[in-house]
Design a protein around this ligand. Structure first.
Ligand SMILES: *Cc1c(COP(=O)(O)O)cnc(C)c1O
Length: 433
């Protein structure tokens, strides 16, 4: 594979941006590669600066459930841009978008739009602390909730990929009120609550963990969290930045029928533009300024281009047939990968829910971060590089999800399965050496 242009750009990039990237997860560090530089994308495909074409399973890390450059979304952005790109004054688009989000997400009556998932979770915590008058936060190890100070504790995603333990620059006092517990361990939650429950403002969780690979909740886990929060009168925050509009039109909460007090949204909600949101019951949300005294603001929040892209995407997603199609494609890919792995004889644990999934290089199920860390990351690195050469773009880390969009065809999935078999053979060969 020719990488001449990408490598030239990477060299320039490294001189003016740390690591040559604007988000650490894009660096190929964990798989021993330099990044490709994208020149354009359409549907399920991306093309790099050297003209190589790839089937894309990163989909901008989740937002592009309709694939790249969906014509309706692109049209909506262009049409809106001609009328101005930002006003800092309310617009009809924000109202329509808020109404649609409240309609689609079961637990949301009122919503506040922000510009990223990080902003959504950070603001949701402030709201939970302001609302309850308490300070402690419980999160789960391997879950990632953006990079704000008090949530950067035992995080997944890039933090896990790069093996960063604590984070210099985050003062001890900021994280001292954050408690991190193993995912899926409701007994541990109960025993922590027995000690400090009266000081806990919120429990924040990814209802399906998607930042340590993909780890679904075990039966009773989410229900257990709901009960604990009710008993101790603290708020349950679902970080649905990945799962929102991904697992169903109403997110994980609709699928698992467990309702949080506050929902954080991001990724898909912006249709490929920078949008985040947090929402919940009106009596909680009304504590936010200007109605209440919990301050949170944003110059570009509710930006018309972002609202146009998001609104267009969400309107298309109000169709259950589309989620059935994604589930069928997901199941097809899962089965194909499982067949390839058993045919070649390399143990891979594939965990999938709907159109998100992950192949862990281990032979046992992964129910928390400790399990995920037992994976053979060298095998993943070899797998990733071989897949890239075969024209398949995966996340350059064992601890990230793959995403299928409606634009992925069965032909694309077949090619992917074929490439996976080849890549697994390489791993087998390297192990036999
Ligand atoms: C991506 C992600 C975030 C952070 O969103 P950004 O838009 O990258 O700030 C927060 N929570 C979860 C679950 C995520 O996957």
């Amino acid at each position: 594979m020719n990488k001449v242009m990408s490598e030239k750009l990477f060299e320039r990039a490294c001189k003016v941006m740390p690591g040559g990237v604007n988000s650490p997860v894009r660096s190929g560090k964990a798989v021993g590669a330099s990044p490709i530089f994208v020149s354009r994308a359409e549907g399920a495909y991306i093309w790099d600066e050297d003209g190589n074409k790839f089937i894309d399973y990163v989909c901008s890390w989740g937002p592009l459930i309709l694939g790249h450059a969906h014509p309706d979304v692109v049209n909506a952005i262009c049409k809106t841009a001609k009328k101005g790109t930002s006003y800092g004054i309310p617009t009809r688009l924000e109202v329509e978008m808020a109404e649609l989000v409240a309609h689609m997400v079961p637990s949301i009556e009122m919503v506040r739009f922000v510009n990223s998932g990080t902003e959504a979770t950070m603001s949701a915590l402030r709201l939970a602390r302001g609302f309850t008058g308490r300070s402690k936060i419980i999160k789960f190890t391997g879950c990632y909730h953006g990079h704000s100070d008090c949530l950067l504790v035992s995080s997944g995603s890039g933090v896990a990929t790069l093996g960063i333990p604590g984070c210099p620059g985050v003062p001890e006092s900021f994280v001292s009120s954050t408690i991190s517990i193993p995912y899926n361990d409701i007994d541990a939650v109960q025993s922590v609550m027995n000690q400090v429950g009266d000081d806990v403002a919120a429990i924040i969780v990814e209802p399906v963990a998607g930042n340590m690979g993909v780890v679904p909740p075990q039966e009773g886990f989410l229900e257990g969290l709901r009960e604990v929060c009710d008993r101790w009168k603290c708020l349950l925050i679902f970080d649905e930045v990945i799962t929102g509009f991904r697992l169903s039109s109403g997110g994980a909460q609709q699928l698992f029928k467990v309702l949080p007090d506050i929902t954080c949204l991001g990724k898909i909600i912006g249709g490929g533009l920078p949008v985040g949101a947090y929402g919940g019951k009106a009596d909680i949300m009304k504590h936010i300024a200007p109605v209440g005294s919990i301050y949170q603001a944003g110059t570009l929040s509710g930006n018309p281009l972002a609202m146009a892209a998001g609104l267009t995407t969400l309107k298309i997603l109000q169709d259950d047939a589309l989620y059935r199609e994604l589930e069928e494609k997901g199941a097809y890919l899962e089965q194909g990968l499982k067949n390839a792995a058993s045919k070649v004889g390399v143990p891979v644990t594939i965990q999938r829910i709907g159109s998100m999934g992950c192949g862990f290089f281990t032979d046992s199920p992964v129910k928390n971060f400790e399990d995920a860390q037992k994976c053979d990351t060298d095998a993943y690195a070899l797998f990733w590089n071989t897949m890239l050469n075969e024209g398949i773009y995966l996340a350059p880390s064992q601890f990230e999800a793959f995403f299928i969009s409606t634009a992925h065809s069965y032909n694309d999935l077949d090619k992917t399965i074929e490439a996976a078999e080849k890549s697994l053979r390489k791993i087998l060969e390297s192990r036999q050496r």
